[in-house]
Design a protein around this ligand. Structure first.
Ligand code: C2O
Ligand code: CU
Length: 468
């Protein structure tokens, strides 16, 4: 709201002088859609105050050992995989200086955090990619609180290991807990990711199906199931687990043996606590759960690939009193979380009543010989922006005309889906339909895309662009 006012004022100043040419040139690129003025709205400016927390991250290559006999060269931040946990208090100003030690360009995106547009980390949309040897500083106010992650937004670099968790602690959590663990699940691809070549006829799945990258396993906090990490607990605690699906092409189903999970947050946003035995999440989604440690022993946390057949990623919940032993496996999932179970604690402003603008979008596989995925028949970057005006209530209705799920993610905004507030939502295959509503309160150019990295790289993206 205030940012919109600011943007208008700033734009007026700009149009007065020599920048007019540049602006007009910019506007000229917009495909005219009749009622649109087409003049782009200036983004919220970036934070200039002293950071509360300053971090340096170097993107480079290094060796990971996800299991005792397994090592491979990966790309990573700060020589760690997953990258170092960034943890700040809600409202703190975080400044991250990224140094690019790779041989190719990179950027960092703060997945889920509604940052000002210039620090959103999308190459050629919000910034020039960071060249090898160069640095770029991202400064933003870390809010709202939540479980997020950061990752490269260039090509397929996320699936090469350029990811890490970002935790923004709430000042007053709506749930109590005694300790917490961050749980990053991921699909493990040694070596260089590649787009599947050619159309869908070969390689399984048929014309409309998909080809799974040649994953060699599933990771939990960087470990293969042969060498699972241990989460120590004591009896009588409430333990918060922050699950992040940092996979590039995997929908995970999560269960914990011997314990019910109380889901407390979806994509970082607080929900009314709901008890489940399992939940499913797509690439880019996060869930926080609390378990009560009332069942001493050694228990497996298990994350299965719904669309792959690698052995499940695992961790072990071990009570102090248990003294080792092999963990018990979870029983088959019965009470699984549904989106309809999620009720956000506080509602999203600006999305009540009828929308000011609605987009009906079809998600499908491209028809040509090449491997492409499209939104309304267009493959990004050869795709029209979705133009919105500041302060609008925008609705996007998606229909999935393919047999595979698409976890769709909107940058820069949370959206309402049912009674939940999220930033990433699975659209089921076989004509699955999902409707999201958001408030256009963060001017700029924002990517809206499938978080299956291969689908994104093959075109399943659009830019949401603010125009006057
Ligand atoms: Cu996790 Cu476009 O981002
Ligand atoms: Cu997809």
């Amino acid at each position: 709201m205030t940012s919109t006012g600011f943007s208008r004022r700033r734009l007026l100043q700009l149009t007065g002088a020599s920048t007019l040419g540049a602006l007009a040139g910019c506007a000229g690129q917009l495909p005219g859609t009749g009622d649109e003025g087409g003049r782009e709205v200036t983004p919220r400016s970036t934070v200039t105050s002293e950071p509360d927390s300053s971090v340096s991250l170097t993107a480079g290559s290094g060796t990971i050992r996800p299991a005792p006999e397994t090592s491979t060269t990966n790309w990573m931040y700060e020589g760690q995989f997953p990258g170092p946990e960034l943890r700040v208090q809600e409202g703190d100003v975080l400044s991250v200086e990224l140094t690019n030690d790779l041989q190719e360009e990179t950027t960092v995106h703060w997945h889920g955090v509604p940052v000002p547009n210039p620090v959103d980390g999308v190459p050629n949309v919000t910034q020039d990619p960071i060249a090898p040897g160069e640095t770029f500083t991202y400064t933003f106010r870390a809010e709202p609180a939540g479980t997020y992650f950061y990752h490269s937004h260039v090509g397929l670099q996320l699936d090469r290991g350029l990811l890490g968790p970002l935790i923004v602690e709430e000042r007053e959590p709506h749930v109590e807990y005694d300790r917490e663990y961050v749980v990053v699940v991921d699909d493990y691809l040694p070596g260089e990711p590649e787009l599947p070549s050619g159309g869908g006829r070969g390689g399984g799945g048929g014309m409309m199906g998909d080809v799974r990258p040649p994953y060699e396993g599933l990771l939990l906090n960087g470990w293969l199931p042969a060498d699972p990490p241990t989460f120590g607990v004591a009896e009588g605690e409430r333990v918060r687990l922050r699950f992040v699906n940092a996979g590039s092409a995997t929908v995970f189903g999560v269960r914990i043996a011997g314990h019910e999970m109380t889901v407390t947050h979806a994509d970082g946003r607080p929900v009314e606590p709901v008890d489940v035995d399992s939940f499913v999440f797509g690439a880019g989604e996060r869930y926080d759960v609390v378990i009560e440690t009332t069942n001493p022993g050694t228990w497996a946390v298990q994350a299965d690939a719904l669309d792959g057949n690698e052995p499940p990623a695992r961790a072990v919940v071990e009570y102090e009193s248990a003294g080792g032993g092999s963990p018990q496996r979870p029983s088959s999932a019965s009470n699984r979380l549904q989106y309809g179970d999620l009720r956000a604690i506080s509602s999203l402003d600006g999305v009540s009543g009828d929308p000011d603008r609605t987009f009906d979008l079809t998600l499908s596989r491209g028809r040509g010989q090449s491997y492409t995925w499209t939104i309304d028949g267009q493959a990004y970057p050869d795709a029209d922006p979705l133009q919105v005006r500041p302060d609008e209530h925008v609705r996007i209705r998606m229909t999935n005309q393919s047999p595979v799920v698409h976890p769709m993610h909107l940058h820069g905004h949370f959206f309402q889906v049912g009674n939940a507030i999220k930033d990433t939502v699975i659209v089921p295959g076989h004509r699955g339909q999902v409707t999201i509503d958001f408030h256009a309160d963060n001017p700029g150019r924002w990517l809206f895309h499938c978080h299956n990295l291969y689908h994104l790289d093959a075109g399943m993206a659009r830019v949401v662009k603010y125009v006057e």
